[in-house]
Each structure stands twice: as C-alpha cells, then as structure tokens.
Design a protein around this ligand. Structure first.
Ligand SMILES: [Fe+2]
Length: 303
C-alpha cells in the first residue's frame, strides 16, 4: 500500500532504464534511506487504544528499523496470539485463493514456503526471492511516502513491514502488515516479468515530476494492489490488495465491478479513493504485456 504524502520531484543522474541486473554492490546504503516521516499507528487502527498491542507493534517496528543500520533482517519471535491471527486469516484466504487467485501466484506461494501454519520470516522469503528473480526485501517500520517507497523498486527491493494486524479485526488492517506483505505482495515478485515491471515503476519514481508520480501511483494501485489477469476464459486476481483481503477479493468478481481490459493511458489517468471498494478494475492479458507497456511509458518519462 501507499500513502498519500506529497513529495517533491528529484533530479537523478542518468541511469539505464533497461538495467535489470542489480547486484548488492549497486544498492544505496540502507542507512541513507530518507525516511523522516514514516507513519505511526493511526487513530482509526483497531489496535489504537490497546496499549499492549501498541507496545508490541512498536517493538517489532524497532527491529525493522534496525535493518537500516545493520543491513541484516532480524527474525521476529512471533507470539501465540500473533500466530493464531495468521492461521485464521491465512486459512480463510487460502479458500478464496483456490477460486480467485492466478495460477502463478498459487505455485509461487508454495515455492516460497508460505504456509497457513506459521508466520513466514522475511529473511527466509528474501533468500528465495533473491535466488529466483534477484529481488530483495527490506524491513520497514511503517508507511513511507510514495516516491521513497516506489524508488526502492528501482533496486529490485521491496520495503516490507513485519508486525501483524490487531486480533479484534483479523479481516481488516488500515496499514500494511505481514499478512498483506507475504500473502499479498511477495509471491508475485518471483515472477520475472512482474519483477521487471515493478523495477520499471521504481525507475520512473526516481525521475518523475510530481504529476508523473501521481500517474505511477495509479499504475501501481490498479496493478500491484488491485490487478486482475486473464487466464484462459477466466479472470483471476494478482493484486496484493485483493489477495490479502477476502472482502476485496470477492467484491472484485461481483456484478457491481466493471472489469476493463488494461490500458496504460487510461489507468494512469484514473483517480481512485482509498476508502471505498473499487468500482472499476483493469485486466491484463499477461505479465509480459504489463512489463512491455510500462517499460515504454517509463522510457518516455525518463528522457
Ligand atoms: Fe500493498
């Protein structure tokens, strides 16, 4: 997920848009991540008045924050209550995925060792992801502004939270959590075309004007978060906002949603709201199509 913090445009030295080979040596120093206004827990969060939950969330967030100094992902010793939330949500989502998730995702989730039994550690998923598509995970303690978040995709790195939602509302979270990251986002980065497409968005974010950054935010929203894909005569979900929420997932296939063929120009001009379920979604024909359309668009704005 993204938040809506406005950013100013940056001036970046030239870089090759088609460079998809990122080695560890190419990465900026994590300690230089310019995150000064990472969102704290919001008042409408179901755990906002639960002091024990807040303390625990702050503790796990502090482990994520340490990553910037050490470059090492710290495993979280999730407690029984956290594991129970995971088992409940992951189990329910798996039932929905059998009908609604795209084929690639279902295999990728298994391949990453994500099971309903326990919360997966970022360190394990990061190792496998790195082997498969040279993508990386970097722990983060909360939502960051759009440009900073998307720019890290340029280094084939996804910022990922580690804490879990509040037990009172296991089906809902107003902020990303380990369920949203690992059940929603992470499996799709094991797809080469999807990983490259994500990196193109990151390239774009590094050079975009503020107006272009809004366009990139919309592209991200209607693909990475709420994307649908053709599968034979069927349509399936690949967006993390759908795959990590059974309410959103069922809604996406209902009669009240208009499912349009993906058209990049239309998508980048399509305003959306965070609060309501989406009335319009876009269906790609393949990840290769998504990658190619995005590459052309990024080459245009990076000129
Ligand atoms: Fe997300």
């Amino acid at each position: 997920m993204l938040n809506e913090t406005a950013s100013t445009s940056t001036t970046e030295p030239a870089f090759a848009v088609d460079n998809i080979h990122i080695s560890d040596a190419d990465l900026p120093e994590f300690r230089d991540m310019p995150f000064e206004d990472i969102n704290e827990l919001q008042l409408d969060h179901p755990g906002a008045s639960d002091q024990e939950y807040r303390k625990r969330r702050d503790y796990i967030a502090s482990l994520s924050k340490n990553f910037r100094e050490t470059g090492v992902i710290t495993d979280v010793d999730y407690n029984d209550e956290e594991q129970a939330i995971w088992r409940h949500v992951a189990g329910r989502l798996e039932e929905a995925h059998e009908r609604r998730a795209n084929k690639f995702y279902l295999t990728a989730k298994k391949d990453l060792g994500i099971s309903n039994d326990r919360i997966p550690q970022l360190s394990e998923m990061n190792r496998r992801l790195n082997q498969l598509t040279n993508f990386r995970l970097a722990p983060i303690e909360g939502l960051v502004d759009t440009r900073a978040f998307l720019s890290w995709l340029s280094w084939r790195t996804m910022l990922s939270t580690q804490y879990i939602r509040h037990h009172s509302k296991p089906e809902y979270t107003p902020e990303p959590d380990i369920v949203h990251e690992s059940i929603g986002h992470i499996p799709m980065f094991t797809n080469g075309d999807f990983a490259d497409f994500s990196q193109f968005i990151g390239h774009g974010a590094r050079v975009a004007t503020d107006r272009q950054l809004d366009e990139l935010g919309r592209l991200y929203w209607f693909t990475v978060e709420f994307g649908l894909i053709e599968e034979g005569d069927d349509v399936k979900a690949y967006g993390a906002g759908l795959l990590s929420s059974y309410g959103e997932l069922e809604h996406a296939f209902g009669d009240e949603v208009e499912r349009r063929p993906f058209d990049l120009e239309q998508v980048i001009a399509h305003d959306y709201t965070y609060s309501n379920m989406q009335p319009v979604l876009y269906v790609i024909s393949s990840y290769a199509e998504l990658k190619s359309a995005t590459q052309k668009y990024i080459e245009r704005i990076a000129k």
